[in-house]
Design a protein around this ligand. Structure first.
Ligand code: ATP
Ligand code: MG
Length: 478
């Protein structure tokens, strides 16, 4: 019933003394920085908080081998770093063998002793990080992500700036720092913090017509403190917005308000110029669709097709319309072969796409997706994000909540940063990722390529892609 009981459950079942159990519980608190959750009910925590607590429970048992199955998929970037450093620590300090199942290649490169690549039920490649990641072609064939540090160093090697492919950001920083810029004066300052009109990925200017307006929104779940404190923001038609921030910052809570699932303690929200306070959730769902952080909280019918039909049927859209849109979406989400299948049999990625599909068939003006890519491999991630981009290009407003900074820089033209129930930054990806002080406060860090640029004296602070890095580097170094 409480986080403390949850952490104590494992070690208590090992028959350890009360003192030892409590010692281990305390260590989980401190090392995972979750002491403030002690008396909370696990099922009332945010997605990432739940994940930290479950890691804490296993950590408290100190077994000889720990298998982590994507332990950090829902954690904020600093939380991720912390878990990886704990994993490394328990590996070194207690000699515990760690088996980590992980999609985030940039973390594997930094931490693993050995890498095993699986494909279709077989071991496809295995070896040291160097051995495996030198076979970039094979990895790409499987649709796996190539870490930015490796992608960049491959280009640097191709053009003979360096003579071997480097693995980690630290190695790339060291190698690049050895070069001299042709024009030291050009050592660029961060982009001025001027608010520019956000430009969409394809250069199209989104219309500046407000679609969602939140003013002075305040919310408290338990009544003892505010989980949202005076949030003010306007989202315009056609924008592609990311909401990012620490676990428990209030991102999901804000989304639940926008779709009318929660009622504010103070403040107001309008959608399409009309206050939502006295509109029903069902009515609002014609205008704003929300895909849950966990697709299984959303999927409830017995077949893929029924799931897609439910929305339009409920909105009385008529059978001709419904048949048409369901077929179209089945193709788009790549599940036409599975129309009869029980959704529980689908993979996580497929369930995620199905959950998105069931919202898309209602054709709302705004689609909010809470962590669309957690637990997905890179190919699946790009598929889901490209689907959202396509909707955006059709004029839909897209809002994603995510901990994946790489998709923020690739897809979004505006970023909202939340920290402890407040909106603390609002700007383009370039503007946001140069605000290092504020980012730290919100437990965020930029992607590796931005980090690399920020740690090379002559490179600008606001680089957000490998292409951009390489272009600027060549211009500076010659
Ligand atoms: N049903 C609930 N009852 C009580 N407190 C809650 C409930 N749901 C969320 N909270 C608390 O409200 C705060 C904001 O939670 P929210 O789920 O909005 O965070 P989040 O930013 O979406 O985090 P994450 O990145 O981990 O998903 C957290 O402190 C969380 O513990
Ligand atoms: Mg959340």
């Amino acid at each position: 019933m409480t986080v403390e009981e949850d952490l104590a459950f494992g070690p208590a079942n090992l028959g350890l003394s009360y003192e030892e159990v409590m010692r281990r519980v305390e260590r989980s608190y401190t090392d995972l920085k979750i002491s403030e959750l002690k008396d909370r009910k696990p099922f009332e925590l945010s997605g990432g908080q739940k994940q930290s607590v479950s890691i804490g429970g296993v950590y408290a048992m100190l077994p000889k081998i720990i298998v982590f199955d994507e332990p950090t998929s829902m954690l904020d970037p600093i939380g991720k770093e912390r878990v990886f450093s704990i994993v490394k620590d328990i590996n070194k300090q207690y000699g515990i063998t760690i088996v980590l199942v992980e999609h985030e290649m940039s973390e594997i490169v930094k931490h693993a002793d050995k890498v095993i690549v699986m494909n279709k039920g077989q071991v496809y490649l295995q070896g040291s990080v160097e051995e495996v990641f030198s076979q970039v072609g094979k990895l790409q064939e499987l649709g796996l992500e190539i870490p930015q540090s490796i992608e960049l160093s491959m280009r640097l090697k191709e053009d003979h700036y360096i003579d071997k492919v480097l693995l980690t950001p630290a190695q790339v920083i060291e190698a690049c720092s050895g070069f001299q810029p042709k024009t030291p004066a050009a050592a660029a300052a961060p982009a001025p913090a001027v608010k520019q009109a956000a430009a969409a990925g394809d250069g199209r200017e989104p219309m500046r017509e407000p679609i969602i307006e939140v003013s002075h929104l305040r919310h408290s779940y338990l009544g003892d403190h505010d989980d949202l404190k005076d949030v003010n923001l306007t989202i315009n038609k056609g924008e592609f917005v990311a909401i990012i921030g620490q676990n428990g910052a209030g991102k999901t809570t804000l989304a639940r308000h926008i779709i009318g699932l929660l009622k504010p303690d103070a403040g107001a929200i309008t959608v399409n110029g009309r206050a939502i306070a006295d509109r029903s959730v069902a009515e609002l769902s014609r205008e704003v669709g929300y895909v849950f952080q966990n697709p299984d909280e959303q999927i409830f019918t017995d077949s893929v097709e029924d799931e897609l039909r439910f929305g339009p049927r409920n909105l009385n859209k008529g059978s001709e319309y419904t048949d048409g849109i369901v077929e179209e979406v089945l193709q788009d989400i790549g599940l036409h072969k599975y129309r009869e299948v029980w959704p529980k049999y689908l993979s996580k990625g497929e369930r995620q796409r199905l959950a998105m599909g069931s919202i898309i068939t209602m054709e709302p003006d705004v689609v909010i997706v809470d962590e669309p890519t957690t637990g997905q491999d890179w190919r699946e991630t790009l598929w889901i994000m490209d689907l959202l981009r396509k909707l955006n290009q059709k004029g839909k407003t897209i809002i994603i909540i995510t901990h994946n900074m790489e998709i923020v820089t690739r897809y979004c033209n505006r970023v909202l940063v939340m920290s402890q129930g407040e909106l603390i930054l609002d700007g383009t990806p370039k503007e946001i990722f140069t605000r290092r002080d504020k980012l730290k406060e919100a437990y965020l860090r930029p992607t590796d390529i931005t980090y690399i640029a920020q740690n090379i004296a002559f490179m600008p602070d606001d680089i957000i892609s490998v292409d951009e890095f390489y272009q600027v580097f060549r211009e500076m170094v010659g």
